[in-house]
Design a protein. Structure first.
Length: 125
């Protein structure tokens, strides 16, 4: 008599990101999947940026918190940045639909390129 092995269909519970990158700006602290809170500093002329979030599990789903828009893992999407402080929440839901991680990025775009203004002002003094 042949014995058949019973296969268990496991559902992934990993809701982490393996990478998070931005087309412009300086992310602090440096990305680590265990850290969920970041700051990104931009210049005044950066009206939009490209954000690329890669989930650790291929079965996880990534959404933009404010609009609940689904984004593809590893594919960049455009994010419009207003002058001042902008909060981008990326919500990663594991395949089990129970395990959820939220990555919060505070993006700051100054009202002017003040450093450039100071440099130009000092040239004429």
């Amino acid at each position: 008599m042949k014995k058949w092995k019973k296969w268990k269909n496991e559902i992934a519970s990993d809701s982490s990101l393996s990478s998070l990158t931005f087309s412009n700006g300086l992310l602090t602290p440096v990305f680590s999947s265990g850290n969920k809170v970041y700051s990104l500093g931009l210049g005044n002329t950066d009206t939009s940026i490209t954000v690329t979030a890669q989930s650790t599990s291929n079965a996880a789903v990534i959404r933009i918190g404010s609009s609940n828009t689904l984004v593809s893992s590893g594919v960049g999407f455009s994010y419009t940045v207003a002058v001042g402080s902008n909060v981008l929440n990326l919500i990663v839901t594991a395949q089990d639909a129970v395990t959820v991680s939220t990555y919060s990025i505070t993006i700051t775009r100054p009202a002017c390129n003040c450093y450039l203004f100071i440099c130009l002002f000092n040239m004429f003094i």
